[in-house]
Design a protein around this ligand. Structure first.
Ligand code: N01
Length: 520
């Protein structure tokens, strides 16, 4: 965004809480952290030189490589001089008279700006369970989303990890390699698909690079921003043999495309069941102890409606003698004790606790900032019943305020890099349009916002996602409204809608001149 705004000749300043760039890849340094979208796709496309010069070493990049990439991009495009690190934004307040935002930081600064663009991310507000006793825990404890920069030593230690989502799955594998003993406290098993990660062969990388424009174009118009597609068929009408072949092929390919094996796996319960049964069989094959295998098999949600995990050796980890799976659904954790934790049935002595307990997702990071629009309206109040946006980019009452990967856009249902770039380009074009036409402010109409909220809801409810308690529906955070807020119609469809809105003279938006008069 900074690069694009500079390209328009505007002055821009970025505020960043961390000491460095990288966002997710700056904070989530837990052992085993890696992206589960393939690196050749999970990378910037805005510079052909950049995509040609950067060499990915693995099919799925590990966190240090992604952080190195973010740093390389920051250096290459000389971004740092306009980024203020170690600075949290505390409030953003719109002044309707001068049509400007005042941004305040935790360093006591106040900055005036014509535009305020949120790039706070969807998964950056870590959630910690409120078990009693944590303050008295004598050992070390960490949250995967706030992992220290220094190496954490697991050797010889009894470690408890709470949470079995993507972060828990990845760190379990890595910690088990070193710990004296690892207890995995599982409340809800999730589905994990093998990544088959490994070195990225130079000729495979070269083949993508030789054809990168086509590759990127395919990603931009694909369902989830990754260039693969389903066979277009329904799983439930396929014969059992045919399904088995299809699932075996998808399993052998690995990663997210498993859920794209058939076109209706995320919209039809019966079809979904066939894929879930296949994965359950795989888990039983991999895990030696049948009791442990049964515990690891999800039984309370359709496959893929909690974000799928992608792993290298997760289920096999439970065959190790130094790993114990503890079912805290059956016997919940009662309290953290000075030397471990106690469930309703047992006590565990632990030297270290790892919380892989996720995030106040999608709206969480934004709503932690005091954001006030016209008439002093608080965004928290406006969104008290769930987020309301037009295109996931703007919201009524908050002029000149844009949300990169905001709720109501494909955001977390997509390859984030593709979605981020699409939003950045759309916002850049809108700002440029305003400059050319001498508009001072832009805001969606209530009608456009109402229609979009309904569209997002209606499309979401054609899928199975709303059935499940998950961070997608906000149920992981106490008191949060249960609502499925991402746009589930697909990255390509969404892009076409956004492009059409812009091509139609920004249909659904109202522009205002500096003297307060509105455009027609
Ligand atoms: O968080 P999660 P995450 N007591 O919310 C459990 C992205 N990501 O950090 O399901 C006990 O998925 C909770 O249990 P339950 C990716 O989009 C990407 O793992 O609520 N357990 C669940 O098991 C991902 O989806 C990558 O019953 C508690 C776990 O903690 C998203 O980030 C890597 C609990 C939380 O799982 C979030 O993943 C990592 C409690 N009080 C993350 N509270 C890659 O690209 C929560 N849990 C690879």
């Amino acid at each position: 965004m900074l690069h694009r705004l500079r390209g328009l000749g505007l002055s821009a300043r970025v505020f960043e809480r961390g000491e460095g760039v990288g966002g997710t890849w700056y904070w989530n340094r837990y052992p085993g952290a890696r992206c589960d979208t393939e690196s050749v796709t999970y990378s910037y496309s805005f510079s052909e030189a950049l995509e040609q010069e950067w060499v990915w070493t693995e099919r799925y990049a590990p966190q240090p490589e992604l952080l190195a990439y973010a740093n390389h991009v920051a250096d290459r495009f000389e971004l740092r001089r306009d980024i203020q690190f170690q600075t949290a934004v505390t409030s953003a307040i719109y002044d309707d008279v001068v049509r400007k935002w005042t941004i305040s930081t935790d360093r006591g600064e106040k900055i005036n700006a014509r535009f305020c663009i949120s790039a706070v991310g969807c998964l950056s507000a870590a959630a910690l369970p409120d078990y009693p006793g944590l303050d008295d825990f004598a050992g070390e404890w960490y949250h995967t989303g706030h992992w220290p920069h220094e190496r954490v030593d697991f050797r010889g230690k009894r470690i408890g990890i709470i949470g079995t989502g993507s972060s828990g799955v990845q760190s379990t594998i890595a910690i088990a390699d070193e710990a004296a003993h690892l207890y995995v406290f599982q409340r809800t098993p999730n589905y994990s698909i093998p990544a088959w990660n490994g070195p990225l062969a130079p000729d495979a990388l070269h083949a993508v690079k030789a054809n990168y424009r086509q590759w990127r174009e395919a990603a931009r118009y694909a369902q989830i921003g990754i260039p693969f597609s389903s066979n277009g068929k329904s799983a439930k009408v396929a014969s059992p043999d045919e399904r088995e072949r299809e699932y075996e092929a998808a399993w052998a390919e690995g990663g997210f495309n498993f859920v794209m094996a058939y076109s209706d796996l995320l919209t039809d319960l019966e079809s979904n069941r066939t894929a879930a049964d296949f994965v359950a069989r795989k888990i039983r094959e991999k895990v030696k102890d049948p009791g442990v295998a049964e515990l690891l098999i999800p039984n309370d949600h359709p496959l893929g409606t909690k974000r799928l995990c992608v792993d290298t050796g997760y289920y096999e980890t439970f065959n190790r003698a130094n790993v114990t799976l503890v079912d805290i659904r059956r016997a919940p954790i009662e309290t953290i004790t000075p030397h471990g934790l106690r469930t309703t049935t047992e006590s565990y002595d632990l030297d270290m606790l790892v919380f892989a307990t996720g995030f106040d997702a999608i709206t969480g990071p934004l709503l932690k900032i005091d954001i006030r629009g016209k008439g002093g309206e608080l965004l928290q109040d406006k969104w008290a019943g769930g987020p309301r946006t037009y295109l996931g980019l703007t919201t009524v009452g908050f002029p000149n305020f844009f949300t990169i990967t905001g709720p109501g856009s494909p955001c977390v249902l997509s390859n984030m890099l593709v979605s981020i770039e699409q939003h950045v380009d759309w916002i850049t074009a809108c700002v440029e349009h305003m400059r050319n036409a001498h508009f001072a402010s832009v805001e969606p109409t209530l009608e456009a916002e109402n229609d979009w909220v309904k569209t997002v809801h209606d499309i979401g409810h054609t899928t199975l996602y709303p059935l499940t308690n998950s961070w997608y529906t906000g149920t992981n955070i106490q008191g949060k409204v249960r609502m499925f807020t991402p746009y589930a119609g697909g990255v390509g469809t969404y892009r076409r809608v956004c492009d059409a809105v812009a091509a139609d003279g920004y249909e659904g938006f109202e522009f205002t001149y500096a003297d307060g008069s509105a455009s027609i």
